[in-house]
Design a protein around this ligand. Sequence first.
Ligand code: NAI
Ligand code: 15L
Length: 268
Amino acid sequence: PAPRTVLLTGAAGGLGTLMRELLPDHGYRLRLLDLRPVEGEPDAIVADLADRAALREAVRGVDAIIHLAGISLEAPFEKILKANIEGTYNLYEAAREEGVGRIVLASSNHAVGYTPRPRGDDPLIPVDTPHRPDTFYGLSKSFGEDLAQFYWDKHGLETVSVRIGSCFPEPTSVRMLSVWMSPADGARLFHAALTAEHVGHTVVYGSSANTRLWWDLTSARALGYAPQDDSEPYAGKLIAEQGELDPGNPAHARLGGHFVTDPPIWPY
Ligand code: NAI
Ligand code: 15L
């Protein structure tokens, strides 16, 4: 049966807010969780991913989980370790203990951020390209994908790991013309990831059907995802303002963009 009640972690965040608006139209009843209160949602669970008792209660009785909570940009390793690595482990343990069958995991393009972006007639980047994290943040997403594979192999807990590009209302950079996922396509992809049968652990890229796409959406389409949007209508204005990507600029040469070249953030 199609899952109906879904726990949405990170519900107060940017993507969580977009999905709170869009997923109910796909037939979901959402239970919300975040470290921060969720505006206008007094029933949302306010809890830290470090609180295992709270997680266990939060996942009890849901059909599936969409796991967005965590640090969404580069940060000192200690913070990434706590929120993204230990936090994701805690969530998987709670799901295993309570018998939740499926998680849709927010991975990121930054798990493979050092991969050179395709140019000209180069083939699109496949989902089985090796992990090449571009930050401690990206490293935590590589860990999340491995954790998901392990929980499938060891415990039969299914995951769709979504290597999200950039999910914002509109693309705001020339790089985003290639990696943009419209919010409506994001909801379509999460819906496909929640409803496809026998996913085991499946890795997909998360983006719209962009003319300038860098990666292969085959595994996403195999779940039933049919993206409806393309960033191309934004291309003229963004390129006029910012210029084309410059192959000589290291921040333009790889999937992860400036995450590749930003200096690391060392501890505290
Ligand atoms: P965001 O930073 O706006 O939201 C993250 C939410 O997680 C926040 O509301 C925060 O309070 C919550 N959170 C952080 N630490 C927590 C903890 N220890 N316990 C409970 N909640 C905690 O990020 P955004 O953009 O909404 O992204 C959501 C997820 O999707 C993140 O995992 C991010 O890495 C991933 N992602 C997002 C992309 C995007 O384009 N928005 C691209 C690629 C990945
Ligand atoms: C991410 O993983 C971030 O969470 C998001 O804020 C964007 O920076 C996105 O990647 C991106 O690559 O544009």
